[in-house]
Design a protein around this ligand. Sequence first.
Ligand code: SF4
Length: 341
Amino acid sequence: MEPFTPQLVYIEPQALDYPLGRELKEKFEKMGIEIRETTSHNQVRNIPGDNELQQYRNAKSTLVVGLRRTLKFDTSKPSAEYAIPLATGCMGHCHYCYLQTTLGSKPYIRTYVNLDEIFAQAQKYMDERAPEMTRFEAACTSDIVGLDHLTHSLKKTIEFIGESEFGLLRFVTKYHHVDHLLDAKHNGRTRFRFSVNSRYVIKNFEPGTSTFDERLEAARKVAGAGYALGFIVAPIYMHEGWEEGYEELFQRLGEALKGVNTNGLTFELIQHRFTKPAKNVIMKRYPKTKLEMDEEKRKYKWGRYGIGKYVYPTDEAKNLEETIREYARTYFPESEVQYFT
Ligand code: SF4
C-alpha cells in the first residue's frame, strides 16, 4: 500500500510560528496539495462531500496542521502511564476502530507542530515520577506511524525519549512505512508494536491499512534496527473458525520472524468490544459491515463516563485468553504476554 497523502490540508496560522509548521506548508505546496487556512480545527467545516458518508471519507484524507493546546496528557492504562499527543485521527478504515466514537464528528487527521512544548510536558511527567520509569504511548489517538513519513514527529519523539533517563516510548501500527525510523537513535527505549490479526479480521474489517505481510516485513526491519518488538493482537474476534484463524496467525508470525532476534518479544491481547454509540456510528459509516455487534451475545461492562462496553461473556473471554496465550507459548516460548483485556 502507498504511504498516506492528504487530499486537502488545513493550516492554523499559529502553526507557521513553528519550524515544523512552515516545513509542512512548504512540503504540501510542492506536492501540489490544496491548502486552506483555518483559525482553529473546530472551524474545519465544509469538508467536501454530498452527504455525511462522503464527508466522512473525505475527512479521513484531510490533514489539519495545528497546535496541541491541552498539554495535560491522558492516562493510557494498561500499556503506559501517559498518552503523548502527537496526532489525532487516522487514514485507516477499520470498522471496529474506537476513534469512530472518540473523534465523533471530527474524523479528520490532526498533527501537532508544537513538539517542544509537548516534550517539555513529557519531561515534567518523567521528573515527577523519577526514579520510576514513565512509559508514553504515542498511538492512543491515531496510527502515528501511518502519518510519520510526512511529519517525522514520531522520529523526533523516539530520539527525545532515547536521550531521557527515565522515559520509555511505545506505539502500535498497522502500517509498514517505517524506513525513515530505522536510523532513529532510540537507545533501546522504544517498543515498536504491530497490530496483527487473523486473516478473516484483516480481510473483512481493516480496509485502508497495510497487508499482514507488509506489516511483518516492517517488523523484521525494526527488529533489525534494534527496537524492542511487540505485537498487539486486537481486536480478538470470535469469527467462525477463529481457533484455526488465530493459530495460523501465530504460525505465520513464527515463519516470518525466523532468524530475527526476538529476545524480549511481547504480546498484548485485547478482545473485541463495542459501545452502543460506537455501534450506531459504525452502522452508519460501514453499513455493510459483517462485524457482529449483538448486545444479547455479549457481557456488559461498566465504563468511564457512564458509557459501558460490550465484551465477550466471561466463559468465552476465558476461552479466547487461554487459547491465544497457548499459541503465544507454543510459537514464541520466550515471549511475554503482557495482558489480556
Ligand atoms: Fe483505527 Fe488503527 Fe485502523 Fe487507524 S489503523 S482506523 S487507528 S484501528
